[in-house]
Design a protein around this ligand. Structure first.
Ligand code: NAD
Ligand code: TYD
Length: 352
C-alpha cells in the first residue's frame, strides 16, 4: 500500500480517488481534517476496503511510527500542508508548524522505517514530496519560466514554509540517502477545491450574486493546471522519477487573474444565466494582497523529456469541467461554507 498525507484535502482527495480508479493498491490516508480537510470528498470510498482513513497529525511522530510499522507502505506521498497564502499572512504559525515541523517529523519517521527495510523493499521505497512553484518567487513579464534550477526566492509565509520543507527533503536525500522525489506544481483547479481559492471562490460568489473580489489590478499572472493532470504527473514521478530529483509540473497555461474571472463569468452566463445580467457585473477591485507575487510560470520540459508527462486538459476543457462540477455539487459547497469559513471571509475581505 501507499501512505498519503493530506488525502482529504483538494489535491490529495483527487489523487486518492484517481489512484483507486486506476488500480487496486490500497491507500492509507493520514489527514488531520483541518478546515481544509473534508471526508465528503472521499464519500465515493465509504465502503471501499482499499481506502483506510486515519485522522491524525503529521507532527505526531508516535502515530506515524505506529502506522508505518503496522501497514508497511512501499511509498509516502506527502500532500498535507497549510496551503492558502492569504491565511498564511493572517496566521503564519500554523504554516511553520505543519509545513516545516510536520515535514521534518514525517522525514524522520520515514528514515527510521526505511533504514530497517532490506533488499527489494528498501530499494523500492519512495518518499514523494508535493510542493509548489511559489517557492521560486515572482517573475518579471519577460523572465523565462521557472526551471528546476531556479534559485528559491519565497515571498509569503506560505511559500517560505514550503521552501523550508523542500530544503529538508533535499537534505534527507543527500545526507541520509532517503529515496525522495519532489514535485513543484503551479496553481491547480478542479473539483473539491475549497472556495477560498480564486476559481471556486469566484464561482460560489457569482452564483450567490455576491461581489467577485479581484486583488489589485487583476493583472497578476499564474500558470493553471487541472488537478487530474497534476495527479497523473505525481503517479508518473512516483513510478519513474529519478531519486533526489525535482520535477516542475505546469499546465503551459499562463493567464492574468482578470482573464480567469472573465472566463468563469462567461461560462456561468452560458450554463446558469442570471436574470439580473452578466456575472461580470459583479467584478469588484479590492486592496491588493501584501507581498503579492506578480507572475508565476512553469517550464515543464524536464518532466516531459524524462517521463513523457504533459497535461491532457487545456484551460478551456478543464475550466468547463470545473464549473460544471461546482454547478452539480452545490450541496458540497454549502456544507464547506461553515461558520468557520464565514468568519474567514469577514477577516480577509472585511477590511479590503
Ligand atoms: P488543501 O489545503 O486543500 O489540503 C491540505 C490537507 O492537509 C487537508 O486535508 C488538511 O486537513 C491536511 N492537513 C493540514 N495540516 C495537517 C497536519 N498537520 N497533519 C495532517 N494533515 C494535515 O491543500 P491542497 O490544495 O490539496 O494542496 C496539497 C499540497 O499541494 C500542499 O502541500 C500544497 O502546498 C501543494 N500545492 C498546492 C497547489 C494548489 O494550487 N492547490 C499548487 C501547488 C502545490
Ligand atoms: P489563490 O487561489 O489564493 O492562489 P495563489 O495565491 O496560491 O496563487 O490566488 C490566485 C490569484 O488570485 C492570486 O494572484 C491572488 C488572486 N486572488 C484574487 O484576486 N481574489 C481573491 O479573492 C483570491 C482568493 C485570490
Amino acid at each position: 500500500m501507499i501512505l498519503v498525507t493530506g488525502g482529504a484535502g483538494f489535491i490529495g482527495a483527487n489523487f486518492v480517488l484517481d489512484w483507486l480508479r486506476a488500480g487496486d493498491e490500497p491507500v492509507l490516508n493520514l489527514d488531520a481534517l483541518t478546515y481544509a480537510g473534508n471526508l465528503e470528498n472521499l464519500a465515493a470510498l465509504r465502503d471501499d476496503s482499499r481506502h483506510v482513513f486515519v485522522q491524525g497529525d503529521i507532527c505526531d511522530r508516535a502515530l506515524i511510527d505506529r502506522l508505518l510499522a503496522a501497514q508497511r507502505p512501499r511509498a509516502i506521498v506527502h500532500f498535507a500542508a497549510e496551503s492558502h497564502v492569504d491565511r498564511s499572512i493572517h496566521g503564519p504559525a500554523a504554516f511553520v508548524r505543519t509545513n516545516v515541523e510536520g515535514t521534518f517529523t514525517l522525514l524522520e519517521a520515514a528514515r527510521a522505517y526505511w533504514s530497517a527495510l532490506d533488499g527489494a523493499e528498501k530499494a523500492d521505497f519512495r518518499f514523494l514530496h508535493v510542493s509548489t512553484d511559489e517557492v521560486y518567487g515572482s517573475l518579471a513579464p519577460d523572465d523565462p519560466p521557472f526551471a528546476e534550477t531556479k534559485a528559491y526566492e519565497p515571498n509569503s509565509p506560505y511559500s517560505a514554509s514550503k521552501a523550508a520543507s523542500d530544503h529538508l527533503v533535499r537534505a534527507w536525500y543527500h545526507t541520509y540517502g532517503l529515496p525522495v522525489l519532489t514535485t513543484n506544481c503551479s496553481n491547480n483547479y478542479g473539483p473539491y477545491q475549497f472556495p477560498e481559492k480564486l476559481i471556486p471562490l469566484m464561482i460560489a460568489n457569482a452564483l450567490a450574486g455576491k461581489p467577485l473580489p479581484v486583488y489589485g489590478d487583476g493583472r497578476n499572472v499564474r500558470d493553471w493546471l487541472y488537478v487530474g493532470d497534476h495527479c497523473a504527473a505525481i503517479r508518473e514521478v512516483l513510478a519513474h522519477g529519478r531519486l533526489g530529483e525535482t520535477y516542475n509540473v505546469g499546465g503551459w497555461n499562463e493567464m492574468p487573474n482578470l482573464e480567469i474571472v472573465h472566463t468563469v463569468c462567461a461560462l456561468l452566463d452560458e450554463l446558469r444565466p442570471d436574470p439580473a445580467g452578466p456575472h461580470a457585473r459583479l467584478i469588484t477591485y479590492v486592496a491588493d494582497r501584501p507581498g503579492h507575487d506578480r507572475r508565476y510560470a512553469i517550464d515543464a520540459r524536464k518532466i516531459e523529456r524524462e517521463l513523457g508527462w504533459r497535461p491532457a486538459e487545456t484551460f478551456e476543457t478543464g475550466i468547463r469541467k470545473t464549473v460544471a462540477w461546482y454547478l452539480a455539487n452545490q450541496d458540497w459547497v454549502a456544507h464547506v461554507q461553515s461558520g468557520a469559513y464565514r468568519e474567514w471571509v469577514v477577516r480577509n475581505y472585511g477590511e479590503r
